[in-house]
Design a protein around this ligand. Sequence first.
Ligand SMILES: Nc1nc2c(c(=O)[nH]1)N[C@H]1C(S)=C(S)[C@@H](COP(=O)(O)O)O[C@H]1N2
Ligand SMILES: [Mo]
Length: 313
Amino acid sequence: MKTFQLDPIPGSEITPESVYKRRHLLMGTVGGLLVAGCARSEPAAPTEATAAEAPAEEALTTFQHATNYNNFYEFGTGKDDPARYAHSLITSPWTVEIAGLAETTGRFDLADIVKLAPVEERIYRLRCVEGWSMVIPWMGIELGKVLAHFKPLADAQYVAFTTLADPKQMPGIRSRVLDWPYVEGLRLDEAMHPLTILATGMYGRDTLENQNGAPLRLVVPWKYGFKSIKSIVRIEFTKRRPPTSWNRSQPSEYGFYSNVNPGVDHPRWSQKTERRLAGDTNLLFAKRIPTRLFNGYDQVASLYSDMNLRKYF
Ligand SMILES: Nc1nc2c(c(=O)[nH]1)N[C@H]1C(S)=C(S)[C@@H](COP(=O)(O)O)O[C@H]1N2
Ligand SMILES: [Mo]
């Protein structure tokens, strides 16, 4: 398929300087923890946490933990498998196919997509349905602005995402734990919410580690971690609700919405509390803290005001 050139956007809309300055602010110590790989001589400045971010007093997960305790079944089901095996993933060149109900569709270079909507660093809580959570500083682009660029048609109500599935690069897909490729989806209004980003880097670095879903990975902070699909090669606007990998494999355990909700337990794991992997404690000694509705991102509540969250879990 042909690779199209995206319209260039005026330089004034991109502010690399402000992004860089803000990054500097966050580089010193955050919550008393030196951010991995980002030691600077400047004194730590207070970070003005916006509503979009985890409060500054929440200690970051170390880079070490965030890149060595992963779920990425394409590289194996063990938590250390992705760090061990994901080096075989080739992340450049990388194209993303934009398909379905939009005015502009086709295959685009990732580099061109990234220019569309850079965001300042976002520190987000990530809550896995298995009961652990992390606090991770992401670099990336706002999904809603990227999608708007392709002009979704009036019929588009959902967005479907697909991960690469190449057995030559991904040893885990020889196993049938899931149907490959890994697929995920959001309602269009969830996808357009300003909290939703596509991550392209982390911890002040402008690339992701392969085990975290390089080179392009969804981050929806108010939903369980499995909605944050990694290594995306295709984004499609659809009229109907798209299938999602975990829902397809265990529909009674994983719903389409999968909003973090301490009031709705997973049949095998209570969702009332979580073990926070932060600072240098390992999981065994990690503090158990209460899980919050929508992972604490109350600003998304209005997306679900007319829904029974027990039914639409
Ligand atoms: N393609 C793909 N994306 C995926 C997964 C996966 O197995 N394959 N695992 C999900 C799960 S269950 C979680 S908790 C998060 C983990 O992200 P992290 O390893 O960057 O912390 O990735 C999600 N995205
Ligand atoms: Mo997860």
